[in-house]
Design a protein around this ligand. Structure first.
Ligand SMILES: Nc1ncnc2c1ncn2[C@@H]1O[C@H](COP(=O)(O)OP(=O)(O)OP(=O)(O)O)[C@@H](O)[C@H]1O
Length: 300
C-alpha cells in the first residue's frame, strides 16, 4: 500500500520551474530516498509532502490525506525533521521533547529516544548552547516523538560526526523495523546505499531514475571496472569490440576498462586466447556515487 503518493507535482519560483512534474509513490514500511544535486528540488518536493509548501499543480496524498486541506490530520501521521529549524534559544532539550510530545495523541516515550540519540546528558542544556550536531539529533528526536506512521528526514546526518552518523542509521533501521515508513533526503551515497530500499534521483526538478540502490548501480554505464597490466601488447581494436564496453583507457601500459559482467568475461577470454597474463588485475564494482554522477550528468 502506498502511504505517500506524488503525481505530476510542479512548483515554480519567479517563473522558474524547480519541481517539474515529479511523480513517485512510497510504500508502507519502506525507506525511500530522494537523492540529487544541490538545488535539484528535493526540499521543495518533500515540503509539499509535508504540507509546508503549496504545489502549483499536481496531486500529493499522505495516507490518502491532502497535506494542505487536511494539514492537521497529516501532522498526526507524519513527523518531519526540517532542514533548517530553530527553537526558542532558552528552551532546554528536555522541555522541547516534553513540549513536542504534548502535540500528539499517542507520543513515544522521549527518554529512550533521547538516550538513543545521545541526548541524555544534554537534557538540561538550552537549545542555543547545543552544538550543530546536537541540534540535529534533537530535531531527529522531535520528528519521532509523536510516534508517526511516516517520518520525513531532510539531510538526516549532515553535521554529524562519523559515530553519530552510524548510530543514527541504526536508529532509522530500528524505526523502520517498528513499521514506520521513512522518506529520506540525503547527499550521502553511503547513507542512501545502506538505508534505502528505493531511491528517486532528482535532477533539475525531474526524476532522472527511480530504482533500488543496486538497480541504480547496474544502470550506470560502467557498473564494473577492470584494470590490469598485460604481459604482452593487446590489439586495441579487439578491446574496442568487447561487448557492453562503457569506457577504455590505456596509461603507462595499464589498461582500464568499464562495462558489465559480460565485458569482464570477454576480457578474460580474450587474454586466455592470446596467452597473455593480466598482472595486478583489479576488478571493482561501480558505487552509487558513480551511478549518481552518471544519472545526473545524463540529463544535463
Ligand atoms: N521560497 C523560495 N523562493 C525562491 N526560490 C526558491 C525557494 N525555495 C527554493 N527555491 C529555489 O528552488 C531550487 C530548488 O531548491 P530546493 O531547496 O528544493 O533544492 P534541494 O534539491 O533541496 O537543494 P539542496 O540539496 O541544496 O538542499 C533552488 O534553486 C532554490 O534556490
Amino acid at each position: 500500500m502506498s502511504v505517500i503518493e506524488v503525481s505530476e507535482l510542479r512548483k515554480s519560483y519567479g517563473g522558474r520551474a524547480v519541481v517539474d512534474g515529479v511523480s513517485f509513490a512510497v510504500e508502507e514500511g519502506e525507506i525511500f530516498g530522494i537523492l540529487g544535486p544541490n538545488g535539484a528540488g528535493k526540499t521543495t518536493t518533500v515540503e509539499c509532502v509535508e504540507g509546508l509548501r503549496v504545489p502549483d499543480a499536481g496531486r500529493v496524498r499522505v495516507t490518502g490525506l491532502d497535506p494542505i486541506a487536511d494539514h492537521e490530520q497529516v501532522t498526526r501521521v507524519l513527523g518531519a525533521q526540517l532542514q533548517q529549524s530553530e527553537l526558542q534559544a532558552k528552551l532546554t532539550v528536555r522541555e522541547a521533547l516534553e513540549l513536542y510530545a504534548t502535540f500528539y495523541p499517542r507520543p513515544a516515550d522521549w527518554r529512550p529516544l533521547a538516550e538513543r540519540l545521545g541526548l541524555t546528558e544534554k537534557l538540561t542544556t538550552r537549545f542555543a548552547k547545543l552544538s550543530g550536531g546536537q541540534k540535529q539529533r534533537l530535531f531527529i528526536a522531535l520528528a519521532l516523538v509523536g510516534n508517526p506512521r511516516i517520518v520525513v528526514l531532510d539531510e538526516l546526518t549532515t553535521g554529524l560526526d562519523p559515530r553519530a552518523r552510524r548510530d543514527t542509521w541504526q536508529l532509522i533501521e530500528d524505526v523502520r523495523a517498528g513499521g514506520v515508513t521513512v522518506l529520506l533526503v540525503t547527499h550521502f551515497m553511503e547513507e542512501a546505499q545502506r538505508l534505502c530500499d528505493r531511491i528517486a534521483v532528482i535532477d533539475r526538478g525531474r526524476i532522472a531514475a527511480l530504482d533500488t540502490p543496486e538497480g541504480l548501480i547496474r544502470r550506470s554505464a560502467g557498473a564494473t571496472v577492470v584494470s590490469f597490466l598485460p604481459s604482452a601488447p593487446l590489439d586495441e581494436r579487439e578491446l574496442d569490440a568487447l561487448p557492453e564496453l562503457a569506457s577504455l583507457a590505456a596509461k603507462d601500459g595499464r589498461i582500464t576498462l568499464s562495462g558489465t559482467d559480460a565485458t569482464v568475461n570477454a576480457v578474460i577470454t580474450l587474454l586466455a586466447r592470446h596467452h597473455i597474463t593480466a598482472h595486478q588485475l583489479r576488478v571493482t564494482d561501480a558505487t552509487l556515487d558513480d551511478a549518481f554522477l552518471d544519472l545526473t550528468e545524463a540529463t544535463a
